[in-house]
Write a protein that binds this ligand. Sequence first.
Ligand SMILES: [Fe+2]
Ligand SMILES: [Fe+2]
Length: 241
Amino acid sequence: MSEAKRDAEVRPAGLTGSRPQGAMAQLSHEQLATTQRETLEAPRRRYGPGAKALFALLDAVYGKPRTLSKFKVLELVARVPYQSWEQVAYIAITHTHQRPDLARRVFDRVTESRGQEDNEQWHLLILEEMIARSDSREGWIRFTLFPQLLAFVYYQLSWLLYVIRPAWSYRLNADFEDHAEHEYAYLVAEHPEWEEQPFESVFAADYAEVDSVADLFRMISYDERVHKNESLAAMAAPRFS
Ligand SMILES: [Fe+2]
Ligand SMILES: [Fe+2]
């Protein structure tokens, strides 16, 4: 292959496949509208104390209104459980390398976690892009320092719960994802003007080609539902089985 041709085929990270790490599904506008309706009608899970404390803290620091900046903090924290599970799983692989079947199952779990983590990363990148384009100003303490501290503490909690009893960590994440799914669905309902606003983003081709900003957030809400359901499924078989 010529050097020029090879260079032409080099694509930025995340663009190495046709649909590398985008949304968890490809849904039409009608399907997205249906999923939003389902979410709005579905009762929230009965959140555990850890999740309740986290949501109360977020409301206390960022207020109750659903702002893009608040969702950005949510997405920063959302990646953390997957990172903690990945770390535990890699340690487990080290200790199970003499049992290839088990090591393989653990690695499959790592791959699944990474897929969800990457999906959360797209959410975060899209929100950061939107916030950068808007005039909203974000203070350093509330939107840089505090989220990092929160993510650190949440990582430790997810890690510890996972080591003690994985189902506890999955449950905390299911609560978190359920909350995110509902919050995005309500966000769309609060912004009817987004129905007509096209989703224009440098990440559109990577994440999802949707008709409007409203459908973008419906898509993200649906992703959170998929994450929730994957955590609920993992709760049923929590030890690398
Ligand atoms: Fe997310
Ligand atoms: Fe999520």
